[in-house]
Design a protein around this ligand. Structure first.
Ligand code: AMP
Length: 398
């Protein structure tokens, strides 16, 4: 094993998140976040050795400028020569990729071809890849796709019940997201429970600001709640999740909003934020619910109830349930949400242990149910960056 470090990049349309990791130990040596890209007051914040430092990107306020500033920061700390490869989070690999891949011109073309499937994300991912190729000259680049892990879903799980020509002509189908997190958490859960992952029927709930669930059997994704886009499925921070598709025409007819405005409304103003009329942040909602705020109480109940219904349906996809796994900011920290969900799922054989539920927070893994000999619920912190770094090291031969 080499002592080279991996740079992991996660690019959004106006942001860039980066981390430098030792892929063997998981140690993060530096992390950064560039914000307001493409605006004149863009800046990047570095975190290294427990210190924070902010640098203006006014001279070149775009993804290339951010990657350039990152190289300068690495040089300042003598880390630049230790970087062996760059791993990129890429949102959609469509049907082309079921695994991570070393990037060449053909891969770049395929990522470009998937832009209609992820119109906001894939262009930003491509900018990040091109910037890394320009600035970290000669280093291998690896693409790790959010969709890849779900490519094992059977056709009956990924096909929408609309005329099939739209699948044939436009690749319109369910793809799912959060795949890198599911892959990491599925492995970790099996290890934590001391079981062979191929013998575990798992339902994993990745609950962050974006949230989804997935059914895993034989270590493979069988189904997941997000679809063509991340809007399908659970109630999320600002996304509605599932609703009657006729809500679109109802809103258009009755409010005069256009398609893009309704899409924005359902993606950015709905979910916990829309119901509570307070915040998309689960912590704030919990604080206000504790004071009796009606909207916050309803938002939490809908979030948990809809999630529990999905857990039960994902148990169908997994062929049963051995482990319900919670991860993501809410899954790893909100004892309240977990208690509600496990409560709804008692009929699946889960019985909450309150003490264990409170102990498994703030980065601590743990089983949170009584030992009944049947299914367990367990909290496993996710680490997508480490998964990307490990894939990158392996595919780069480091
Ligand atoms: P993520 O997108 O994975 O970073 O998760 C963000 C979500 O996790 C936000 O809704 C946060 O409010 C939520 N979260 C983080 N810490 C806590 C906590 N201690 N209790 C409840 N929710 C939390």
């Amino acid at each position: 094993m080499s002592d080279k470090l991996i740079l992991v990049l996660n690019c959004g349309s106006s942001s860039l998140k980066g981390a430098v990791l030792d892929s063997a130990s998981g140690e993060v040596l530096l992390s950064c976040l560039a914000e307001k890209l493409n605006l004149s007051d863009a800046f990047i914040t570095f975190k290294i050795n427990g210190e924070k430092e902010q640098v203006s990107l006014a001279a070149q306020p775009n993804h290339t400028g951010a990657v350039g500033a990152l190289l300068a920061e690495l040089q300042k700390h003598g880390l630049d020569s230790r970087i062996g490869a760059v791993g990129h989070r890429v949102v959609s690999g469509g049907e082309a990729y079921s695994e991570s891949v070393l990037i060449d011109e053909q891969v770049l073309a395929a990522v470009e071809k998937c832009i209609p499937l992820a119109p906001l994300h894939n262009p930003a991912n491509l900018l990040g890849i091109r910037a890394a190729q320009d600035i970290f000259k000669g280093l291998p680049n690896v693409a790790v796709f959010d969709t890849a892990f779900h490519q094992t879903m059977p056709a009956h799980a990924y096909t929408y019940a609309i005329p099939r020509r739209f699948y044939r002509d436009f690749s319109l189908r369910r793809y799912g997201f959060h795949g890198t997190s599911y892959r990491f958490v599925a492995d970790e859960a099996a290890r934590f429970l001391g079981k062979d992952k191929n013998s575990l029927r798992m339902v994993i709930a990745h609950l962050g600001n974006g949230a989804s669930v997935a059914a895993i059997k034989n270590g493979e994704s069988q189904d997941t709640s997000m679809g063509l886009t991340p809007l399908e499925g659970l109630v999320m921070g600002t996304r509605s999740g599932d609703l009657d598709p006729s809500v679109f025409s109802f809103l258009a007819d009755n409010t005069g909003l256009g398609i893009q405005e309704i899409t924005d409304l359902l993606n950015k103003q709905s979910g916990l934020l829309g119901i509570s009329e307070l915040s998309n942040d689960c912590r704030t909602i919990e604080e206000e619910a504790a004071k009796g705020h009606e909207g916050a109480l309803l938002a939490l109940e809908i979030f948990a109830y809809r999630l529990a219904k999905y857990v039960a349906s994902m148990a169908v996809a997994a062929g049963g349930l051995d482990a319900l796994v919670f991860t993501g900011g809410i899954g790893e920290n909100s004892a309240l949400v977990r208690a509600k969900v496990v409560g709804y799922c008692e009929f699946l054989g889960l019985k909450l242990n309150e003490e264990k539920n409170l102990a498994a927070r703030f980065g601590n893994a743990g089983v949170i149910t009584e030992d009944t000999g049947g299914a367990v619920a367990v909290v496993i912190p996710t680490n997508e960056e480490l998964m990307i770094a490990q894939d990158t090291a392996r595919l780069s031969g480091l």
